[in-house]
Design a protein around this ligand. Structure first.
Ligand SMILES: Nc1ncnc2c1ncn2[C@@H]1O[C@H](COP(=O)(O)OP(=O)(O)OP(=O)(O)O)[C@@H](O)[C@H]1O
Ligand SMILES: [Mg+2]
Length: 458
């Protein structure tokens, strides 16, 4: 019993089949009861009226004749054809009775139709005093009706059982067929692990709930696979960028161990290179940590911020740091809702690129303007430009157009900026002409934030 219970619990198909069969059987049983009760009622009513009509016939016959013969067999001859027993009393004595009585004895009864038991058999009986000491009693055995009802009940039970059995078998087969893909889905899900993320569940059959489930599962796998791949690429790129300065530190360390301590020139060079490599590593680790923080969607300390002040601050800083590049800035009062530190970092990454990827005596302009519900900061340079085919990859982590450049960074600046600006509900757009220059535009929703339903959209 426990095993059967476990089997039912473990199979939706069987559970559904049993559930619907139970509903079907209950409905059929109720219908069966209604049919049997209905037939019983109709048959009893018919027998009732037969008895009453027979009494009335006798009464009419006797009343229509002047000298009625109470013992005339014709008076009771309707009995046989109607399956009735009729007997006529005069002053309490039976003086006439239909010939079909056999050894049946019906007790004297004066009253409306009622069922009684005679020789173990159910009989309907009624008696009526029709005057002048004459009393007519009519009875009707219910044997035929009972037999009919018994046969009907048997037939109904047989049909109910048959229908339920048929529904159970066909239902189970069709439910099992319908839920078949679920088993495939379960097997596939069990098979899929991180090494098999390229597996997909085959989509076939009608576009029902199971099809949609398998489709949603495939889409989820697609996203997981992408995420997993980019995670792997990220780890590979990060470790590669960490390995280079580590290798430099190690080789200078070896050099120092061998001759450096005595050779002042080597000692100086080693200290400088090791310090440079350490700084680079520190910057990378800081950038990675910051990126991780930004990607985990931190709670941002939004304040009302005038981007004019930020642009002036960064512009002046850039002017001081850049040699051979002219940095100009121009901004009007424009307010945004932003975290100052985050926004400074995002803007600085773009200005830093504009200076870094510029030409000798090149130009950098930082300009702010309003476009609809957005405050826009354009960072325009007259630098080396970017080829159109690489523009879509620019904001990927660790992506560098020319990774062989000595001055190149880690390829994290743009990725970081984009994450930050998106956290503020904005975006970064880029246009560039190869060898002529680039324009990066930061879009930020203007302060006060747009009212609900009138959201700023890019
Ligand atoms: N203004 C620009 N002009 C030309 N190329 C650019 C410009 N800005 C970015 N790039 C290209 O896009 C790549 C990615 O820029 P990003 O700022 O993400 O990385 P990075 O500057 O190389 O390193 P990091 O910013 O992490 O120090 C750069 O390597 C560079 O090739
Ligand atoms: Mg950069």
């Amino acid at each position: 019993m426990k095993r059967f219970r476990d089997y039912i619990d473990g199979s939706i198909g069987l559970r559904l089949t049993l559930y619907y069969c139970a509903i079907l059987l209950t409905t059929l049983v109720l219908c069966g009861f209604v049919v049997i009760f209905g037939m019983n009622f109709a048959l009893t009513k018919e027998a009732n009226s037969k008895i009453r009509v027979a009494i009335l016939n006798v009464q009419n016959t006797l009343q229509n004749e002047e000298n009625p013969n109470l013992s005339d067999p014709e008076l009771v001859d309707q009995a046989g054809s109607l399956e009735l027993w009729i007997q006529v009393y005069k002053n309490g004595e039976i003086i006439n009775k239909s010939p079909n009585f056999g050894n049946i004895k019906i007790p004297y009864y004066d009253g409306p139709v009622k069922p009684i038991l005679i020789n173990g058999q159910e009989v309907l009986v009624s008696g009526k005093d029709i005057g002048d000491g004459v009393f007519v009693e009519v009875a009707h055995p219910l044997k035929r009706e009972k037999h009919f009802l018994a046969v009907l009940s048997g037939l109904l039970i047989f049909l109910m059982m048959g229908a339920t059995l048929f529904a159970m078998v066909s239902g189970y087969i069709s439910v099992t067929n319908t839920l078949g893909p679920l088993a495939i889905l379960t097997r596939k899900v069990k098979e899929i692990n991180t090494g098999k993320l390229d597996e997909r569940i085959p989509l076939s059959g009608p576009k029902d709930e199971l099809y949609l489930l398998a489709q949603a599962f495939n889409e989820m796998l697609e996203r997981l696979e992408k995420g997993f791949k980019s995670q792997q690429e990220f780890v590979a790129a990060a470790s590669h960028d960490l390995r280079t300065p580590l290798a430099v530190i190690k080789s200078y360390n070896d050099l120092l161990k061998r001759w450096g301590k005595d050779d002042k020139k080597i000692l100086e060079e080693s200290i400088q290179t090791i310090s440079g490599a350490t700084q680079r590593m520190e910057r990378l680790v800081n950038d990675l940590l910051f990126l991780a923080r930004v990607e985990s969607k931190p709670r941002i300390n939004f304040v009302k911020l005038n981007i004019k002040e930020l642009i002036e601050e960064i512009g002046k800083e850039a002017q001081a740091l850049s040699q051979n590049i002219s940095v100009t800035f121009n901004s009007c009062d424009l307010f945004v809702n932003a975290d100052e530190d985050y926004l400074r970092r995002a803007l600085w990454a773009l200005v830093d690129n504009a200076i870094k990827y510029n030409k000798e005596n090149g130009e950098v302009k930082i300009i702010s303007r309003q476009e609809g519900n957005f405050a826009v900061i354009d960072i325009i340079d007259s630098g080396i430009g970017i080829k159109e085919d690489v523009l879509p990859r620019l904001f990927e982590k660790f992506y560098r157009v020319d990774s062989s450049r000595q001055s190149a960074g880690f390829g994290l600046g743009l990725a970081l900026s984009k994450e930050i600006i998106q956290l503020h509900g904005g975006d970064i757009r880029v246009t560039s002409r190869y060898k002529e220059g680039s324009k990066f535009s930061i879009y930020l929703p203007i302060y006060p934030p747009a009212i609900k339903g009138k959201n700023a959209t890019l």
